[in-house]
Design a protein around this ligand. Structure first.
Ligand SMILES: [Zn+2]
Length: 283
């Protein structure tokens, strides 16, 4: 069930922010009329876009000609990775596990990576995704490739002496069933951090989390129609939605999970910026 709403669960700085805004698997009854909500949001963004057009923004066609720079690769190999965190089961978040599992399993010099994953996702991760190739006709199981450490939805784990807390975020609706992606929140000597993993734009629900964090890594889609009208999917926060957040909050946000191609100027809009591929952060 939904553990708290809005301003609930603020908690103390540097510690747990409560579970403010977190979603759990039993939240289906909490979710009202999702289609109408998305249509309403799209209409709002289209109207905002039309307003901007009237004020004379640059033509979208011209903007699309700008190309994003492609930074260098992070350069990490399989043996450089000693642990992996699984937020949810979409392939853009678990697609590398087969590579990691096989690469370390068949390398006698490699250790078995630790895997942190919400406990109710473990069996589905294997049965519905990885076992197709990794079971090797029934000979192997998930634990042959990874040291699996199931984590309760309202719990956390330690890695390298650092505590991380799972934070349920509403990613999408599978019909009446909420699809939860588990973000992470953690506090270090450098401040309080929130990684959203994948989430819709839910500012009212995440208010306490947003306030608690000093730095937020937020998924951000940059989908626009060819005429420049924002086209939010409803399963990620859209750039134009995040732009409506207060300036003090925007200044905490690093944006990731954006689409290839043209991107708005995030710094000018008050964000910290788009995370570049291979970019490293001191946390
Ligand atoms: Zn996803």
């Amino acid at each position: 069930m939904l553990t708290s709403r809005g301003s609930a669960g603020g908690g103390s700085r540097g510690g747990r922010p409560g579970n403010g805004g977190s979603w759990t698997d039993g939240d289906a009854a909490e979710v009202p009329r999702e289609r109408q909500r998305l249509h309403r949001r799209r209409r709002q963004l289209a109207v905002q876009h039309a307003d901007r057009e009237r004020r004379g923004p640059p033509p979208p066609g011209g903007l699309r000609q700008r190309r994003a720079a492609v930074p260098g690769r992070a350069g990490a190999g399989a043996t450089d990775i000693d642990a992996v965190y699984v937020s949810h089961l979409h392939s853009d978040h678990i697609g590398g596990l087969e590579w990691l599992g096989f690469s370390t399993f068949f390398n006698p010099a490699a250790g078995r990576p630790r895997m942190f994953v919400e406990q109710n996702r473990v069996s589905r991760l294997w049965a519905s995704s990885l076992s197709g190739s990794m079971s090797r006709s029934g000979m192997a199981k998930l634990e042959d490739y990874f040291d699996v450490e199931p984590v309760p939805a309202d719990g956390g784990f330690e890695w390298e002496g650092q505590r991380f807390e799972l934070t349920g975020m509403l990613h999408a609706m599978d019909g009446p069933v909420p699809l939860i992606s588990f973000g992470l929140r953690f506090a270090t000597g450098r401040g309080c951090f929130l990684i959203t993993s994948d989430t819709r734009f839910e500012p009212e629900r995440y208010g306490a989390l947003y306030e608690w964090a000093d730095t937020i890594f937020h998924d951000c889609e940059t989908t626009y129609r060819t005429d420049g009208v924002p086209a939010p999917s409803g399963i990620h926060a859209h750039y134009e939605e995040l732009k409506t957040l207060p300036a003090a909050l925007r200044a905490k946000l690093w944006l990731y999970h954006y689409q290839p191609g043209w991107r708005p100027d995030a710094e000018t809009d008050g964000f910290r910026g788009f995370v570049a591929k291979g970019q490293c952060f001191e946390l």
